[in-house]
Design a protein around this ligand. Structure first.
Ligand SMILES: [Zn+2]
Length: 139
């Protein structure tokens, strides 16, 4: 399992937990509890995403997948016309190398950091690739 551990929220949460443990000795239980609660809230979105079943996350895209343009993206996702860096089916996340070779895209079943998704707001080939690997697309 691979959560998006590289995000700033995760690092801030780790620092907060360490700080909270420190404050348990210097300040008190209240400060410790506050620090822990804030840490949990910071990573809550990713935790909830991880716990939610893949099918219920993907459901919102069901209609958009039926158009011809989206079918083309599904075909491209299956033809191997992209370069996954890693795919975590259990965590429902993946990372792809961008077409220019430099940037790495972060992909979940909800969104993708590629320009195609940013522009259109419907699943891109990366998301279809991940959805396909998660067994969410009919063959
Ligand atoms: Zn994408």
């Amino acid at each position: 399992m691979r959560l998006f551990t590289s995000t700033w929220r995760f690092y801030v949460a780790v620092i907060l937990v360490i700080g909270s443990i420190g404050s348990l000795f210097s300040l008190g239980v209240k400060e410790f509890a506050a620090g822990i609660i804030v840490s949990v809230l910071l990573i809550l979105p990713e935790l909830l995403y991880f716990l939610k079943p893949a099918a219920s996350i993907w459901k919102k895209w069901d209609e958009s997948a039926s158009s011809q343009k989206q079918q083309d993206r599904i075909d491209r996702a299956r033809s191997g016309d992209l370069t996954p860096r890693w795919v975590d089916v259990k965590g429902k996340i993946a990372s792809f190398t961008g077409s220019d070779g430099g940037v790495a895209y972060k992909t979940t079943l909800k969104k993708c950091s590629c320009p195609d998704f940013a522009k259109r707001g419907v699943p891109c080939k990366h998301m279809f690739y991940l959805a396909d690997r998660c067994d969410l697309i009919d063959r």
